[in-house]
Write a protein that binds this ligand. Structure first.
Ligand code: ADP
Length: 738
């Protein structure tokens, strides 16, 4: 081998060795760096673990703190609980009432001294079962007032089993009354309170006794007032009656003023006495209702008529709106309904200076065919402030105080009205706004006294087709229009006579004209004259609140009708106009009925024991064409009835020997026995006490008039009963149409 070869081989082995070295170096480096990475991660882990250890140590430290805080809190809570328990227990011990707790197994686990003391020394101890507690109570402590011990314990145990445990009162032998109040807790334990209510029971008994005494005294007072006012009425009737007669005699102006003052003061006094009488009767629980059939619409109109003069003085319009689809006749106490209406409408007129008072009646039929009637009285008067509204139904409450009073009144009207409405099973209310007006309303339920709807369904139809209404008050026109429309008439409304004349000239043919009486500028009669002057012959009805004032100006009128217009009267006139064959029967509504022939004198018998009253009666009928006899008691009345054969009898009720009722019964008995016609008997009575009216009518008397007597009422009754064979007994009022 050559050197060169040797060298080359050597160089190759050196190169190979160098390459190997290089490789090992690289491997060593890699192993080194892995080692150092490993070492780094190891030291990281160590650092991390050391930190974790530190954290755990901190946490352990803080837990230790917390633990001691909790221990501290617990200790404090324990202390507080102990204090609270002690306070509670002291409180329970301090109260005079007994307090005890029984556990779910009905053993006494807690009881205060008051509770344990109930059972006497050694009677009951903690740990005793409820049954033992009951037994001790029943056998030695409680006064069972004769009840069997077993029964009593049984009842007491049964009581605890109920869902709601009612309190029970146990009378102890020492006279105390203990009320046991028991309640079940959620865990089944029973909390029991024993309250000593002896004093409260005594107070209650005393109060009850005092209340009874006060009520008895109040009833006695009311009965006394009722009797007194009743007694006062009788002589007052004499005063008022005589004053009325005195006014009709020839007097100087001054004397006339005196007499009129006596009369009006007497009447005012009677109103007050009547209020007191009514109120005390209600208070003394003597007020009774006497229901009978009556016409509500007529009653309402009559009240309006009575108040018409007062309203007229002030220029107030009185309006009635009675629902056309309601019956008008109902069964109720007419006198009391009238009183309610008089009070409410009277107040409305009293407290209204101008504008109107509107009485509205609406209602609905119930399934039992009775009617729920709503009656409201609306005025445009002074109104009532909200803070007074609740008070006015109270006794003697008036909005005005005494010093500023300008309205008369007793303050009893509304309380009486409310009581009457309540007595009828109804309710009353008021809406009012000061300065705007008030609306009083009441609701009652009345049974109708006629086949329902009869009043609205005449047996023959109204044949008139077109009507003309002339009235300056819109609400009047509306009401009248509604009434006419139900009878099938087409209505043209005019606000003024001028409008009416235009309508007549321009429009279609009317078959009836209804005109108001009082209107500004041209009044009703003037309008009628102008209509006739224009050659129009249509029937004209004058609707007037004072027919007397139109008496000598009715030539152009077919009829004069008193306002407010009664529906049945309107219907009657419309029917008469529809069937002219009957035209002869048309009588102006306000006119007196034509009276009998030219025969004998009508005979009137008056039974009256009181001399003053006789004098009053004699004077009242002084101008009448009658033969009058007096009887001083019931017996004389029956005798005179036989011998004198009167055409009618006025009968006082309370008379000596035989009273008016007995006399009437005797007369009726003889009439029946002999088949004689019944003589009309009219009772004259100062009796306003309840029961009287019924017993009076039961005795066979036909009518009841209450004193003070009114000449006009007596005259009407005499005229009503004047027989056809006698001369007219009562002069036909002069100046009236007819
Ligand atoms: P009075 O006899 O005073 O009228 P009431 O009991 O009838 O007694 O009425 C009580 C009070 O209620 C009246 O004094 C009046 O202040 C008030 N009042 C009643 N009705 C009306 C009304 N329509 N408008 C305004 N105030 C009224």
């Amino acid at each position: 081998m050559s050197i060169v070869e040797k060298l080359a081989r050597e160089r190759r082995s050196r190169l190979a060795a160098e390459r190997l070295l290089e490789q090992k170096k690289r491997e060593l480096f890699a192993a080194n760096s892995q080692l150092s990475r490993h070492a780094r991660s190891l030291s990281d882990q160590i650092v991390e673990q050391r930190q974790g250890l530190e954290l755990a140590r901190c946490e352990a430290e803080s837990l230790k703190d917390q633990n001691s805080q909790v221990l501290h809190d617990l200790e404090r809570a324990n202390c507080e609980a102990e204090v609270a328990q002690r306070q509670l227990w002291e409180a329970i011990e301090t109260i005079e009432d007994g307090f005890a707790v029984f556990d779910a197994a009905a053993r006494l686990v807690t009881a205060n001294r008051a509770y344990l003391d109930l059972f006497g020394a050694g009677g009951v101890a903690l740990g005793d079962p409820y049954l033992k507690v009951l037994a001790v109570l029943a056998e030695g402590v409680a006064d069972l007032e004769g009840e069997d011990v077993q029964d009593w314990c049984h009842e007491m145990i049964e009581r605890l089993g109920r869902d709601v445990i009612e309190p029970t009162v146990v009378l102890l032998r020492d006279g105390r009354h203990i009320r046991f109040l028991d309640r079940r807790g959620e865990a089944g334990d029973l909390v029991s309170m024993a309250l000593d209510i002896t004093e409260a029971m005594q107070r209650e008994a005393e109060l009850e006794e005092a209340r009874e005494r006060a009520e008895a005294a109040n009833r006695a007072k009311s009965a006394f007032l009722a009797n007194m006012s009743h007694e006062i009425r009788t002589p007052m009737n004499g005063v008022v009656g005589m004053a009325e007669l005195l006014c009709e005699t020839a007097l100087t102006e001054e004397q006339k003023l005196f007499a009129e003052t006596i009369k009006s003061s007497g009447e005012a006094l009677l109103v007050i006495i009547n209020d007191v009488l009514d109120y005390s009767k209600i208070e003394a629980e003597k007020m009774r209702l006497y229901p009978e059939p009556f016409d509500l619409e007529r009653c309402l109109h009559e009240v309006m008529l009575l108040l018409q003069p007062k309203a007229r003085e002030k220029g107030l319009k009185l309006l009635v709106d009675f629902d056309l689809f309601l019956p008008t006749r109902y069964i109720a106490d007419p006198g009391r309904v009238r009183q309610i209406l008089t009070n409410l409408i009277g107040n409305a007129v009293k407290f209204t200076a101008d504008g109107h008072v509107l009485a509205r009646v609406v209602g609905i039929e119930r399934t039992d065919h009775s009617y729920d009637l709503h009656v409201s009285i609306e005025d445009t008067g002074i109104g009532i402030a909200p803070d007074h509204v609740d008070l006015i139904f109270g006794e003697f409450n008036q909005v005005e105080d005494q010093s500023t009073r300008k309205f008369e009144g007793t303050g009893l009207g509304l309380p009486i009205t409310r009581q009457l409405v309540r007595l009828m099973g109804g309710t009353i209310w008021v809406d009012s706004e000061p300065g705007q007006g008030s609306c009083f309303g009441f609701k009652v339920n009345f049974a109708p006294a006629e086949p329902t709807g009869a009043a609205m369904h005449p047996d023959r139809p109204v044949l008139l087709k077109r009507a003309l209404i002339v009235d300056d008050v819109q609400i009047n026109r509306v009401i009248l229009e509604r009434q006419l429309e139900t009878y099938g008439l087409e209505v043209t409304n005019c606000r003024t006579p001028a409008e009416a004349l235009e309508a007549l000239a321009a429009g279609p043919a009317f078959e009836v004209i209804l005109t108001d009486h009082d209107m500004p500028e041209i009044d009703g009669p003037d309008l009628a004259a102008r209509i006739r002057a224009a050659g129009v012959t249509v029937p004209i009805l004058l609707l007037s609140s004072r027919p007397d004032a139109a008496a000598d100006r009715t030539a152009d009128m077919t009829a004069v009708m008193q306002k407010p217009i009664l529906r049945s009267q309107l219907l009657k006139v419309l029917l008469e106009l529809s069937y002219p064959a009957k035209a002869a029967e048309i009588v102006p509504v306000a006119a007196a009925e034509p009276l009998g022939g030219d025969g004998r004198t009508m005979r009137v018998l008056a039974a009256e024991d009181n001399r003053t009253n006789r004098l009053v009666f004699r004077k009242m009928v002084a101008g009448f064409d009658i033969e009058l006899r007096f009887a001083g008691n019931g017996r004389e009345t029956v005798e005179l009835w036989r011998s004198f054969r009167p055409d009618m009898i006025f009968m006082d009720i309370s008379m000596p020997e035989m009273d008016g009722r007995e006399a009437a019964r005797a007369i009726r008995a003889i009439e029946t026995e002999r088949g004689l016609p019944a003589v009309p008997i009219v009772a004259l009575t100062a009796h306003a006490m309840d029961g009287d009216r019924v017993s009076i009518l039961d005795s066979g008397i036909d009518h009841c008039l209450t004193k003070p007597l009114k000449k006009a009422v007596i005259a009407a009754k005499i005229a009503e009963h004047c027989p056809a064979t006698a001369r007219p007994a009562v002069p036909i009022p002069s100046g009236r149409p007819g």
